[in-house]
Ligand binder design. Structure first.
Ligand code: HEM
Length: 464
């Protein structure tokens, strides 16, 4: 349990939990429309709920931290990523295997190979680029008339795209930039929907609407990335020392520390695509929700602005120095976890506490419910960043708060995303104040990520 705020905290909108579970047809409709609307009151009050579900067969929804630890760590070998999730996310597969969807030994090899790219020290080398991109975005805002309206969801998509494209490829996609960004948006939109054929386990050869819509942007990506990768390979072969120090060069030089074997060109492309899909929309949604929450909480906005105004010169240190902005961001990801559901399939019979988990059961860990669970949080619906300030944070169970997942398959980009978020927020808060346009209260919508329904319009004002 966490401390209660002194002043009355802001409580954002959330869908009212259902009294009873939805039936098969309604469940399917909710799944297509907005899956977070399908959870019942019992999900937010019971540690574990298990039973036959109209859509997924036998399903176990786990909100009990020790049981989650068992699924993700202690007995993780029994809980593989489930076929439905892999089918949805593999809509984008371009031949190679990306880390997110790899399983078994292929996953182990790839994780070993890629881990050195995301150490705290390596990630810190990107801080300057993150700051430059954020400053450039704020410069653009401040060229507009005072009080101009920004679609802040798009702006965050833009700045996280700029950061990802420069840290991944330096300026290699500069000449295709607009087409690349447009294709990315079309692609993410296409794979973001759950196809009924997937839910009903239809055979893989039946064409999904999503794969149809994803095909053209995916072909564009694969071609562009193939060109960039070949150019970079040629540069490294010609003059290794002159290759830019970005993630693409790091991927091409990476090798498995156990076998010394590097990635194939197809795997390099699949992992570039994986980083873009896993790292772009997640971070941009989390930033959007944070700016919304700050706009509704003058007290936390003032504290965050004061911290940003006193930033030390090197942005690489900001993540460790800026406790308030970090806490605000972590609280935003509690209320709006960018990845609102993690799923696994039981490979064999197991027991989670008193609950039997038959072989083949779908195990659902939903950060959306977990982070709002009545047994785990005080005032779960309220925006209270003090929960994450040093001291208080230690009281939060490691398996009660899972924005980046947990165990061996924990997000490899977590440190990158946290550093990026703190730098982008501090840069915005140092120079501007964003206020919500009246009537624009956002409602959360679950696609692959949790995003605001429609646009999020905010007015920008210069400060300082
Ligand atoms: C706020 C931003 C982010 C959030 C909330 C987030 C969330 C997550 C979560 C929950 C998982 C685990 C999924 C599961 O266990 O089923 C995951 C895995 C992953 N994430 Fe992130 N992520 C973020 C940013 C990033 C970034 C910036 C990158 C890369 C540049 C990235 C790359 C990956 C990859 C490759 C995996 C798969 C890891 C594996 O299976 O070994 N993510 N992420």
């Amino acid at each position: 349990m966490t401390a209660v705020a002194d002043t009355k905290p802001f409580v954002p909108y959330a869908p009212t939990p259902r009294a009873t579970p939805a039936g098969r047809l309604q469940g399917l409709w909710l799944l297509a429309r907005n899956p977070i609307e399908s959870w019942t009151q019992a999900h937010y009050t019971q540690p574990i709920l298990a039973g036959e579900s109209p859509l997924f067969g036998y399903a176990v929804v786990v909100n009990h931290p020790p049981a989650i630890r068992r699924v993700l760590v202690d007995n993780a070998a029994n809980y593989e990523k489930d076929p439905l999730q892999l089918r949805i996310l593999k809509t984008g597969s371009s031949g190679g295997e990306g880390l997110f969807t790899a399983t078994g030994d292929a996953w182990k090899r790839t994780r070993r190979t890629l881990s050195p790219l995301f150490t705290p020290r390596r990630v810190a080398t990107f801080a300057g680029l993150m700051q430059n991109n954020a400053e450039a975005r704020v410069d653009r805002w401040l060229k507009r008339r005072p009080g101009a309206i920004l679609e802040i969801d798009r702006e965050m998509t833009g700045v996280t795209y700029d950061i990802l494209s420069t840290t991944l490829f330096s300026d290699a996609i500069a000449k295709d930039s607009t087409g690349f960004e447009r294709a990315l948006m079309q692609y993410l939109d296409a794979i973001g929907r759950v196809d009924p054929l997937d839910v009903f386990n239809a055979p893989a050869w039946l064409p999904r609407i999503a794969s149809f819509r994803a095909r053209a942007p995916l072909a564009f990506f694969t071609q562009t990335m193939m060109r960039i990768v070949e150019e970079r390979q040629a540069l490294i072969a010609r003059d290794n020392a002159s290759a830019p120090d970005d993630l693409l060069t790091a991927l091409l030089r990476a090798s498995d520390p156990e076998t010394g074997i590097g990635l194939s060109t197809e795997d390099v492309i699949a992992n570039l695509l994986t980083f873009i899909v896993a790292g772009h929309e997640t971070t941009s949604r989390a930033l959007t929700w944070t700016l919304y929450l700050l706009s509704q909480s003058p007290e936390w906005r003032a504290r965050a602005e004061a911290e940003a105004a006193n930033a030390s010169p090197d942005p690489a240190n900001w993540l460790d120095e800026m406790h308030t902005i970090r806490a605000v961001f972590e609280e935003a990801m509690r209320l709006y976890p960018p990845a609102p559901v993690l799923t696994r399939e039981a490979q064999d019979f197991d027991r989670l506490g008193e609950t039997n988990v038959p072989k083949g059961a779908l195990v659902i860990i939903s950060p959306w419910i977990l982070h709002r669970h009545k047994l785990l949080w005080t005032q779960p619906e309220a925006f209270m960043p003090e929960r994450f300030l040093p001291g208080a944070r230690d009281a939060i169970d490691r398996f009660a708060y899972l924005p980046f997942g947990g165990g061996a398959r924990v997000c490899i980009g977590a440190r990158f995303a946290m550093l990026e978020a703190v730098i982008v927020l501090a840069t915005i808060l140092r120079r501007t104040r964003l206020t919500l346009v009246a009537g624009e209260e956002p409602k959360p919508l679950q696609r692959i990520t949790l995003r605001p329904q429609g646009r999020l319009a905010m007015q920008v004002h210069k400060i300082g």
